[in-house]
Design a protein around this ligand. Sequence first.
Ligand SMILES: *Cc1c(COP(=O)(O)O)cnc(C)c1O
Length: 356
Amino acid sequence: MIHNFNAGPSVLPREVFEQAAAAVLDFNNTGLSILEIGHRTPLFQPVMDEARALVKELMQLDDDHEVLFLHGGATTQFMQVPMNLLNQNELASYTETGTWANKAIKEARLFGHVEIAGSTKETRFTSIPENLSVSSTAVYLHITTNETIAGTQWHEIPYDCGVPLVADMSSDILSRTLDFNRFGIIYAGAQKNMGAAGVNLVIVNKNLLGRVQHPIPTILDYRNHIAEASMLNTPPVFAVYVVLLTLRWIKEQGGITVMDSRNKAKAELFYSTLDALPLFKGPVAKKDRSNMNAVFTMEDPALEAEFMTLCKKEGMTGIKGHRSVGGFRVSMYNALTIESVKALTDLMHSFAQQHG
Ligand SMILES: *Cc1c(COP(=O)(O)O)cnc(C)c1O
Protein backbone atom coordinates (compact mmCIF):
# COMPACT_ATOMS: atom_id res chain seq x y z
CA MET A 1 0.00 0.00 0.00
CA ILE A 2 1.43 3.35 -1.09
CA HIS A 3 0.42 6.61 0.60
CA ASN A 4 1.30 9.45 -1.77
CA PHE A 5 2.04 12.72 0.06
CA ASN A 6 3.91 14.28 -2.88
CA ALA A 7 3.77 18.08 -3.15
CA GLY A 8 3.38 18.14 -6.94
CA PRO A 9 2.92 16.51 -9.31
CA SER A 10 0.83 14.61 -6.85
CA VAL A 11 -1.87 12.09 -6.09
CA LEU A 12 -4.95 11.89 -8.33
CA PRO A 13 -8.01 9.65 -8.01
CA ARG A 14 -7.47 6.06 -9.12
CA GLU A 15 -10.43 6.34 -11.54
CA VAL A 16 -8.74 9.27 -13.26
CA PHE A 17 -5.59 7.24 -13.88
CA GLU A 18 -7.61 4.32 -15.22
CA GLN A 19 -9.71 6.44 -17.57
CA ALA A 20 -6.69 8.44 -18.76
CA ALA A 21 -4.76 5.24 -19.43
CA ALA A 22 -7.66 3.76 -21.37
CA ALA A 23 -7.96 6.92 -23.51
CA VAL A 24 -4.32 6.68 -24.52
CA LEU A 25 -5.13 3.35 -26.16
CA ASP A 26 -8.68 3.97 -27.36
CA PHE A 27 -10.42 7.30 -26.90
CA ASN A 28 -14.22 6.97 -26.56
CA ASN A 29 -14.34 3.78 -28.67
CA THR A 30 -12.95 5.54 -31.73
CA GLY A 31 -10.02 3.18 -32.18
CA LEU A 32 -7.81 6.26 -31.90
CA SER A 33 -5.58 7.39 -29.06
CA ILE A 34 -6.32 10.73 -27.37
CA LEU A 35 -2.72 11.50 -28.34
CA GLU A 36 -3.31 11.24 -32.08
CA ILE A 37 -6.44 13.28 -32.71
CA GLY A 38 -6.57 16.88 -33.90
CA HIS A 39 -7.54 19.44 -31.31
CA ARG A 40 -10.07 21.07 -33.65
CA THR A 41 -11.94 17.85 -34.27
CA PRO A 42 -15.42 16.88 -33.09
CA LEU A 43 -13.56 14.40 -30.87
CA PHE A 44 -11.51 16.84 -28.84
CA GLN A 45 -13.62 20.00 -28.98
CA PRO A 46 -16.20 18.56 -26.52
CA VAL A 47 -13.36 17.80 -24.07
CA MET A 48 -12.29 21.44 -24.00
CA ASP A 49 -15.89 22.67 -23.88
CA GLU A 50 -16.88 20.37 -21.03
CA ALA A 51 -13.74 21.14 -19.02
CA ARG A 52 -14.36 24.90 -19.27
CA ALA A 53 -18.05 24.48 -18.47
CA LEU A 54 -17.35 22.26 -15.46
CA VAL A 55 -14.93 24.79 -13.98
CA LYS A 56 -17.66 27.43 -14.35
CA GLU A 57 -20.22 25.17 -12.76
CA LEU A 58 -18.11 23.89 -9.86
CA MET A 59 -16.79 27.36 -9.00
CA GLN A 60 -20.15 29.03 -9.73
CA LEU A 61 -18.55 31.67 -11.93
CA ASP A 62 -20.55 34.50 -13.46
CA ASP A 63 -20.39 35.60 -17.10
CA ASP A 64 -17.68 38.20 -16.52
CA HIS A 65 -15.28 35.39 -15.64
CA GLU A 66 -13.69 33.53 -18.55
CA VAL A 67 -12.10 30.11 -18.11
CA LEU A 68 -8.90 29.37 -20.02
CA PHE A 69 -6.52 26.44 -20.21
CA LEU A 70 -3.05 27.73 -21.05
CA HIS A 71 0.46 26.41 -21.41
CA GLY A 72 3.49 27.20 -19.34
CA GLY A 73 2.76 26.34 -15.73
CA ALA A 74 1.88 28.82 -13.01
CA THR A 75 5.34 30.30 -13.43
CA THR A 76 4.28 31.73 -16.79
CA GLN A 77 1.39 33.49 -15.07
CA PHE A 78 3.87 35.32 -12.83
CA MET A 79 4.72 37.42 -15.92
CA GLN A 80 1.53 37.04 -17.97
CA VAL A 81 -0.61 38.66 -15.27
CA PRO A 82 1.37 41.93 -15.05
CA MET A 83 1.92 41.92 -18.82
CA ASN A 84 -1.86 41.98 -19.33
CA LEU A 85 -2.83 44.29 -16.46
CA LEU A 86 -0.04 46.67 -15.54
CA ASN A 87 1.33 49.75 -17.30
CA GLN A 88 4.97 50.73 -16.73
CA ASN A 89 4.06 53.86 -14.78
CA GLU A 90 1.49 52.06 -12.63
CA LEU A 91 1.57 50.29 -9.30
CA ALA A 92 0.74 46.69 -8.40
CA SER A 93 0.41 45.52 -4.82
CA TYR A 94 1.83 42.15 -3.75
CA THR A 95 1.85 40.15 -0.54
CA GLU A 96 5.14 38.51 0.32
CA THR A 97 4.42 35.14 1.90
CA GLY A 98 7.19 32.86 0.69
CA THR A 99 9.00 31.34 -2.26
CA TRP A 100 6.09 31.44 -4.69
CA ALA A 101 4.98 34.97 -3.85
CA ASN A 102 8.55 36.14 -4.28
CA LYS A 103 8.76 34.67 -7.75
CA ALA A 104 5.56 36.49 -8.72
CA ILE A 105 6.92 39.76 -7.30
CA LYS A 106 10.16 39.45 -9.26
CA GLU A 107 8.30 39.15 -12.58
CA ALA A 108 5.86 41.99 -11.83
CA ARG A 109 8.82 44.33 -11.36
CA LEU A 110 9.66 43.83 -15.03
CA PHE A 111 6.42 45.58 -16.00
CA GLY A 112 5.71 48.31 -13.48
CA HIS A 113 6.03 49.47 -9.89
CA VAL A 114 5.47 47.01 -7.08
CA GLU A 115 4.58 47.71 -3.47
CA ILE A 116 4.62 45.08 -0.75
CA ALA A 117 1.22 45.27 0.95
CA GLY A 118 2.23 42.84 3.68
CA SER A 119 5.13 40.53 4.36
CA THR A 120 5.99 37.79 6.80
CA LYS A 121 9.62 37.55 5.75
CA GLU A 122 10.68 38.49 9.30
CA THR A 123 9.10 35.35 10.71
CA ARG A 124 10.58 33.26 7.90
CA PHE A 125 7.17 32.98 6.28
CA THR A 126 5.64 30.96 9.10
CA SER A 127 2.47 33.08 9.04
CA ILE A 128 0.19 35.12 6.78
CA PRO A 129 0.34 38.96 6.97
CA GLU A 130 -2.35 40.49 9.15
CA ASN A 131 -2.85 44.12 8.30
CA LEU A 132 -2.38 44.82 4.64
CA SER A 133 -1.67 48.27 3.34
CA VAL A 134 -2.84 48.45 -0.24
CA SER A 135 -2.58 51.75 -2.12
CA SER A 136 -5.87 52.80 -3.66
CA THR A 137 -3.95 53.52 -6.88
CA ALA A 138 -2.76 49.92 -7.19
CA VAL A 139 -4.06 48.18 -10.31
CA TYR A 140 -4.48 44.92 -8.36
CA LEU A 141 -3.47 43.05 -5.21
CA HIS A 142 -1.73 39.68 -5.65
CA ILE A 143 -1.92 36.92 -3.07
CA THR A 144 -0.67 33.32 -3.05
CA THR A 145 -3.64 31.63 -1.41
CA ASN A 146 -1.58 28.61 -0.37
CA GLU A 147 2.21 28.68 0.00
CA THR A 148 3.12 25.14 -0.93
CA ILE A 149 6.62 25.26 0.52
CA ALA A 150 6.07 27.34 3.68
CA GLY A 151 2.88 25.44 4.55
CA THR A 152 0.69 28.50 5.07
CA GLN A 153 -2.74 29.35 3.68
CA TRP A 154 -4.91 32.46 3.59
CA HIS A 155 -8.00 31.44 5.55
CA GLU A 156 -9.38 34.99 5.41
CA ILE A 157 -9.27 36.27 1.85
CA PRO A 158 -8.75 40.07 1.65
CA TYR A 159 -11.78 40.56 -0.60
CA ASP A 160 -12.26 44.11 0.63
CA CYS A 161 -8.78 45.41 -0.19
CA GLY A 162 -10.32 48.00 -2.51
CA VAL A 163 -8.64 46.85 -5.73
CA PRO A 164 -9.07 43.77 -7.96
CA LEU A 165 -7.71 40.63 -6.38
CA VAL A 166 -5.35 38.32 -8.27
CA ALA A 167 -4.58 34.92 -6.78
CA ASP A 168 -2.09 32.16 -7.39
CA MET A 169 -4.18 29.14 -6.30
CA SER A 170 -1.84 26.51 -7.69
CA SER A 171 -1.85 24.38 -4.57
CA ASP A 172 -5.38 24.88 -3.25
CA ILE A 173 -7.49 25.24 -6.38
CA LEU A 174 -10.83 23.37 -6.12
CA SER A 175 -9.99 22.36 -2.55
CA ARG A 176 -12.24 24.79 -0.67
CA THR A 177 -15.29 26.96 -1.02
CA LEU A 178 -14.51 30.60 -1.73
CA ASP A 179 -16.37 33.46 -3.38
CA PHE A 180 -14.57 33.01 -6.69
CA ASN A 181 -16.44 35.81 -8.44
CA ARG A 182 -14.76 38.30 -6.14
CA PHE A 183 -11.39 37.57 -7.73
CA GLY A 184 -10.15 39.46 -10.80
CA ILE A 185 -7.79 36.68 -11.88
CA ILE A 186 -7.24 33.18 -10.50
CA TYR A 187 -4.49 30.99 -11.86
CA ALA A 188 -3.23 27.53 -11.01
CA GLY A 189 -0.93 24.92 -12.47
CA ALA A 190 -2.92 21.70 -12.77
CA GLN A 191 -0.43 19.30 -11.25
CA LYS A 192 -1.28 19.72 -7.58
CA ASN A 193 -5.02 19.37 -7.18
CA MET A 194 -6.44 19.15 -10.63
CA GLY A 195 -4.54 16.96 -13.06
CA ALA A 196 -1.28 16.24 -14.82
CA ALA A 197 1.51 18.75 -15.33
CA GLY A 198 1.48 20.77 -18.55
CA VAL A 199 -1.58 22.96 -18.27
CA ASN A 200 -2.71 26.00 -16.30
CA LEU A 201 -6.20 26.96 -15.35
CA VAL A 202 -6.61 30.73 -15.70
CA ILE A 203 -9.84 32.49 -14.76
CA VAL A 204 -10.03 36.09 -15.87
CA ASN A 205 -12.58 38.79 -15.24
CA LYS A 206 -12.62 40.18 -18.76
CA ASN A 207 -13.44 43.70 -17.56
CA LEU A 208 -9.86 44.05 -16.34
CA LEU A 209 -8.38 43.63 -19.82
CA GLY A 210 -7.60 46.05 -22.60
CA ARG A 211 -6.14 48.92 -20.58
CA VAL A 212 -2.39 48.42 -21.02
CA GLN A 213 -0.50 50.52 -23.56
CA HIS A 214 2.48 48.28 -24.36
CA PRO A 215 2.25 45.59 -27.05
CA ILE A 216 1.43 42.09 -25.81
CA PRO A 217 2.70 39.15 -27.88
CA THR A 218 -0.25 37.32 -29.45
CA ILE A 219 0.11 34.11 -27.47
CA LEU A 220 0.39 35.97 -24.15
CA ASP A 221 -2.64 38.22 -24.58
CA TYR A 222 -5.58 36.81 -22.58
CA ARG A 223 -8.03 38.52 -24.97
CA ASN A 224 -6.87 36.34 -27.85
CA HIS A 225 -7.38 33.19 -25.82
CA ILE A 226 -10.84 34.34 -24.78
CA ALA A 227 -11.76 35.13 -28.39
CA GLU A 228 -10.62 31.66 -29.51
CA ALA A 229 -12.30 29.82 -26.61
CA SER A 230 -8.94 28.59 -25.30
CA MET A 231 -7.98 27.13 -28.70
CA LEU A 232 -5.67 29.86 -29.98
CA ASN A 233 -3.04 27.24 -30.72
CA THR A 234 -2.77 23.54 -29.95
CA PRO A 235 -3.70 23.16 -26.30
CA PRO A 236 -1.96 20.52 -24.17
CA VAL A 237 -4.56 17.99 -25.26
CA PHE A 238 -3.80 15.14 -22.89
CA ALA A 239 -3.28 17.39 -19.86
CA VAL A 240 -6.64 19.07 -20.52
CA TYR A 241 -8.26 15.64 -20.74
CA VAL A 242 -6.82 14.60 -17.36
CA VAL A 243 -8.18 17.83 -15.87
CA LEU A 244 -11.60 17.03 -17.33
CA LEU A 245 -11.56 13.58 -15.74
CA THR A 246 -10.61 15.11 -12.39
CA LEU A 247 -13.35 17.75 -12.67
CA ARG A 248 -15.90 15.02 -13.38
CA TRP A 249 -14.65 13.12 -10.34
CA ILE A 250 -15.00 16.22 -8.14
CA LYS A 251 -18.54 16.73 -9.39
CA GLU A 252 -19.44 13.08 -8.73
CA GLN A 253 -18.09 13.34 -5.21
CA GLY A 254 -20.42 16.27 -4.55
CA GLY A 255 -18.42 19.28 -5.71
CA ILE A 256 -16.13 21.75 -3.98
CA THR A 257 -18.09 21.82 -0.72
CA VAL A 258 -17.43 18.09 -0.29
CA MET A 259 -13.74 18.59 -1.09
CA ASP A 260 -13.70 21.41 1.44
CA SER A 261 -15.12 19.35 4.29
CA ARG A 262 -12.95 16.32 3.52
CA ASN A 263 -9.83 18.48 3.38
CA LYS A 264 -10.73 20.11 6.69
CA ALA A 265 -11.22 16.69 8.29
CA LYS A 266 -7.84 15.46 7.04
CA ALA A 267 -6.04 18.60 8.20
CA GLU A 268 -7.76 18.44 11.59
CA LEU A 269 -6.66 14.83 12.06
CA PHE A 270 -3.09 15.63 11.07
CA TYR A 271 -2.64 18.84 13.09
CA SER A 272 -4.33 17.52 16.22
CA THR A 273 -1.84 14.65 16.16
CA LEU A 274 1.05 17.04 15.60
CA ASP A 275 -0.05 19.17 18.56
CA ALA A 276 -0.55 16.16 20.84
CA LEU A 277 2.97 14.78 20.34
CA PRO A 278 5.80 16.95 21.75
CA LEU A 279 8.34 14.99 19.70
CA PHE A 280 7.09 16.73 16.56
CA LYS A 281 7.13 20.49 15.98
CA GLY A 282 5.09 22.60 13.59
CA PRO A 283 6.74 25.95 12.74
CA VAL A 284 3.62 27.58 11.25
CA ALA A 285 1.29 29.85 13.29
CA LYS A 286 -1.79 27.73 14.09
CA LYS A 287 -4.30 30.08 12.52
CA ASP A 288 -2.37 30.16 9.24
CA ARG A 289 -1.64 26.48 8.79
CA SER A 290 -2.30 25.09 5.34
CA ASN A 291 -4.91 22.38 4.90
CA MET A 292 -3.03 21.26 1.82
CA ASN A 293 0.66 21.19 2.79
CA ALA A 294 1.61 20.56 6.42
CA VAL A 295 5.24 21.13 7.38
CA PHE A 296 6.86 19.81 10.54
CA THR A 297 10.24 19.08 12.07
CA MET A 298 11.72 17.25 15.05
CA GLU A 299 14.13 18.62 17.59
CA ASP A 300 16.56 15.77 17.13
CA PRO A 301 17.90 15.40 13.56
CA ALA A 302 18.85 11.77 14.27
CA LEU A 303 15.21 11.03 15.03
CA GLU A 304 14.19 12.74 11.78
CA ALA A 305 16.28 10.29 9.80
CA GLU A 306 14.84 7.37 11.75
CA PHE A 307 11.26 8.55 11.24
CA MET A 308 11.91 9.04 7.53
CA THR A 309 13.19 5.48 7.23
CA LEU A 310 10.15 4.15 9.04
CA CYS A 311 7.80 6.12 6.77
CA LYS A 312 9.51 4.75 3.68
CA LYS A 313 9.18 1.23 5.03
CA GLU A 314 5.43 1.79 5.51
CA GLY A 315 4.92 3.01 1.95
CA MET A 316 4.68 6.73 2.71
CA THR A 317 6.11 8.62 -0.21
CA GLY A 318 6.85 12.30 -0.74
CA ILE A 319 7.10 13.40 2.89
CA LYS A 320 10.57 14.89 2.81
CA GLY A 321 10.48 18.64 3.46
CA HIS A 322 11.40 21.09 0.72
CA ARG A 323 15.14 21.64 0.58
CA SER A 324 14.72 25.27 1.67
CA VAL A 325 12.77 24.38 4.85
CA GLY A 326 14.00 20.92 5.87
CA GLY A 327 12.10 18.46 8.05
CA PHE A 328 8.94 17.01 6.60
CA ARG A 329 6.08 18.10 4.42
CA VAL A 330 2.91 16.13 3.89
CA SER A 331 0.61 17.23 1.10
CA MET A 332 -3.05 16.38 1.52
CA TYR A 333 -4.62 17.32 -1.79
CA ASN A 334 -8.20 16.45 -2.81
CA ALA A 335 -7.39 12.92 -3.95
CA LEU A 336 -5.48 11.93 -0.81
CA THR A 337 -7.75 9.81 1.36
CA ILE A 338 -8.25 10.26 5.07
CA GLU A 339 -7.06 6.65 5.41
CA SER A 340 -3.63 7.76 4.23
CA VAL A 341 -3.58 10.55 6.81
CA LYS A 342 -4.70 8.04 9.46
CA ALA A 343 -1.88 5.68 8.49
CA LEU A 344 0.61 8.52 8.94
CA THR A 345 -0.77 9.76 12.25
CA ASP A 346 -0.83 6.17 13.58
CA LEU A 347 2.83 5.93 12.68
CA MET A 348 3.55 9.24 14.44
CA HIS A 349 1.82 7.96 17.58
CA SER A 350 3.72 4.70 17.68
CA PHE A 351 7.01 6.46 16.93
CA ALA A 352 6.40 8.93 19.75
CA GLN A 353 5.59 6.07 22.12
CA GLN A 354 8.86 4.32 21.32
CA HIS A 355 10.84 7.51 21.95
CA GLY A 356 8.74 8.97 24.76
C1 LIG B 1 3.95 24.67 -7.82
C2 LIG B 1 3.59 26.09 -7.68
C3 LIG B 1 3.90 27.04 -8.68
C4 LIG B 1 4.70 26.70 -9.91
O1 LIG B 1 4.01 25.95 -10.80
P1 LIG B 1 4.65 25.51 -12.20
O2 LIG B 1 3.49 24.86 -12.86
O3 LIG B 1 5.78 24.58 -11.89
O4 LIG B 1 5.12 26.71 -12.91
C5 LIG B 1 3.49 28.34 -8.49
N1 LIG B 1 2.81 28.71 -7.39
C6 LIG B 1 2.50 27.83 -6.41
C7 LIG B 1 1.75 28.28 -5.21
C8 LIG B 1 2.88 26.50 -6.53
O5 LIG B 1 2.58 25.62 -5.56
